[in-house]
Design a protein around this ligand. Structure first.
Ligand SMILES: *[C@@H]1O[C@H](CO)[C@@H](O)[C@H](O)[C@H]1NC(C)=O
Ligand SMILES: *[C@@H]1O[C@H](CO)[C@@H](O)[C@H](O)[C@H]1NC(C)=O
Ligand SMILES: *[C@@H]1O[C@H](CO)[C@@H](O)[C@H](O)[C@H]1NC(C)=O
Ligand SMILES: *[C@@H]1O[C@H](CO)[C@@H](O)[C@H](O)[C@H]1NC(C)=O
Ligand SMILES: *[C@@H]1O[C@H](CO)[C@@H](O)[C@H](O)[C@H]1NC(C)=O
Length: 489
């Protein structure tokens, strides 16, 4: 055993459980390249101004991600409330609604003004603006789209509707009166009609982030949309820039369960559902993104979403998505104060942000990422490569659920195919999978954590050096823990 025990790891009582071996390929497995900032943020439409002007962590913590990549986290502004928003060019407020509705999807209807678009235009990263189709006012959406295109140099794309596949169930019955007739073909015809109308009014092709679907890609998908738009109105396809699917592995309406959320096997099988769709979008020259995603739909679970287990899920899921060619994940931030998966609120910097930070650190500066396993156990691995296809980092996750009771088991993960003689690791850990920042249990990454006043990295940095013998090194990763291994030291 060549592990140099540090003060940090020596205090852990660990029990060795087993051994897993990963072989690192010399070169990336696929040709898909990484985005400069694959970990993005989605702000619920009506909450966007509050997040930017009245929650200081939005700036200080976003800047932490920017420091890692050199690129501000890309954002998408949207969600259920985008289909309830009417653009009012004479409104001076960012948003105006008849009384504050403190629910995760916001007020039933409201207006937004030019200052909203100005605020979005001042964000230093790219912005996807979610516009309204559910409210069925095409004239108004064209007005808003023109204001966005003219006012935002950072505009990446616009969306025309949020989760239109479930319109019949979410109350947008003008567009989708009847679930029985709102088939993928009917939705695609509506989507094509709006793309044509808005795109031609803007005189701009490649402007729409299409799809924006909620339910499984088995029914509403890129594969389906491409085929159905082609037969409904193929001229609409030229207005599409990229394709978005939403993804929440769990829902408050069904079973919420942390061990199954964070399990590497579940992560791999969840992401695998989208593989065919990614390939179809790539054939059209479109990027495929998870345009709104997080652990549990419906504002998150008060029990599981704020935990360190969810942070580990977020790390593993971000890397797995990137490794199958999903260009970026926009992690949703909902109503401030009642958003259980949120990266931060007015008080705390929550565990999910740590997952986002470590995922960003793992991919920063890399051009390729490959998964090292087929998702047949709770132990997973990734390797990130640079532009010249040399290995930069190996990331190992042990997603065995550790509740904090009894001794903490650990897995020995043997990595073969390394090129260096010694590597340096940073551990991503917390007292247990159930640890929550609002209960005083902070995660740590390489010994450090975020100061809740200013999002500064605080605490003494702790790394562990591991010797490599004939290309092989062994790493101890405890249950509910991950390790980031820097290869270019
Ligand atoms: C800012 O947040 C505080 C709560 O911390 C709230 O009382 C106030 O109304 C908010 N101001 C705006 C302009 O949203
Ligand atoms: C907007 O919501 C208010 C209640 O919040 C309601 O009285 C009004 O009819 C709604 N307007 C439209 C156009 O749906
Ligand atoms: C639809 O949009 C137009 C143009 O912005 C606006 O004048 C009209 O009041 C809107 N209709 C409804 C029902 O909100
Ligand atoms: C797809 O649609 C069919 C028919 O509406 C429905 O029975 C089925 O549950 C849907 N499948 C998925 C995976 O959503
Ligand atoms: C979590 O939410 C559920 C359902 O809304 C509620 O019954 C439960 O009391 C909440 N638990 C905590 C710890 O807040």
């Amino acid at each position: 055993m060549s592990l140099l025990i540090t003060a940090f790891s020596s205090i852990l009582i660990t029990v060795s459980a087993g051994t897993t071996t990963f072989n690192v390929p010399l070169n990336p497995l696929g040709s898909a390249t990484l985005d400069a900032a694959p970990v993005g943020i989605s702000y619920e439409f009506f909450q966007f101004p509050s997040y930017l002007t009245n929650v200081s962590h939005t700036w200080s913590c976003s800047a932490q991600l920017q420091r890692l990549t050199g690129t501000w986290p890309r954002i998408r502004i949207g969600g259920t409330s985008q289909d309830r928003a009417l653009y009012d060019p004479s409104l001076s407020a960012y948003v105006l609604y008849p009384g504050y509705e403190n629910t995760f999807s916001g007020p039933l209807n409201f207006t937004f003004g030019p200052s909203f678009i100005e605020l979005a235009g001042r964000y230093p990263g790219t912005v996807v603006m979610g516009l309204n189709r559910g409210g069925d006012n095409l004239t108004n959406t064209i007005e808003a789209a023109k204001a966005a295109v003219n006012g935002m140099k950072n505009l990446y794309a616009i969306e025309l509707g949020n989760e239109p596949d479930i319109y019949p169930y979410t109350g947008f019955n003008n567009i989708a009166p009847d679930p029985a007739t709102w088939t993928p073909a009917a939705e695609a015809a509506s989507e094509a009609e709006w793309q044509l109308a808005v795109g031609s009014a803007l005189r701009q092709t490649h402007i729409v982030q299409a799809g924006v679907f909620e339910s499984s890609p088995a029914n509403f998908s890129a594969v389906e949309l491409i085929e159905n738009e082609r037969s409904a109105n193929s001229r609409a396809l030229r207005y599409i820039k990229d394709f978005s699917h939403h993804n929440y592995p769990q829902s408050t309406y069904f079973t919420v369960d942390l061990p199954s959320l964070m399990s590497h096997e579940s992560v791999v099988s969840n992401v695998r559902e989208f593989e065919r769709d990614v390939v179809a979008a790539e054939k059209e020259g479109w990027e495929y993104v998870f345009g709104e995603t997080n652990s549990v739909s419906g504002g998150g679970s008060n029990v599981t979403s704020p935990t360190f287990g969810s942070a580990l899920w977020l790390l593993d899921y971000s890397l797995r998505s990137a490794s199958i060619g999903i260009r970026r994940n926009y992690y949703h931030q909902c109503t401030i104060g009642i958003c259980y998966y949120s990266f931060w609120d007015r008080t705390n910097i929550n565990a999910p942000f740590y997952g986002a930070y470590v995922a960003t650190a793992a991919m920063a500066g890399a051009t390729y990422i490959s998964g090292l396993d087929e998702g047949t156990s709770n132990y997973g691995g990734y390797v990130a490569y640079s532009n010249d296809r040399t290995m930069m980092k190996v990331i190992l996750v042990n997603t065995d659920y550790y509740s904090g009771n009894a001794a903490r088991p650990s897995e020995t993960i043997v990595v073969k195919g390394l090129q260096e003689r010694r590597v340096r690791t940073r551990r991503f850990t917390a007292p247990s999978a159930l640890s929550r920042v609002d209960e005083g249990e902070l995660p740590s990454f390489g010994g450090q954590y975020f100061d809740k006043d200013n999002c500064d990295l605080t605490g003494r940095a702790v790394t562990e050096d591991i010797k490599v013998m004939e290309g092989t090194a062994s790493f101890n990763v405890a249950a509910s823990e991950a390790l980031i291994i820097d290869l270019c030291e």
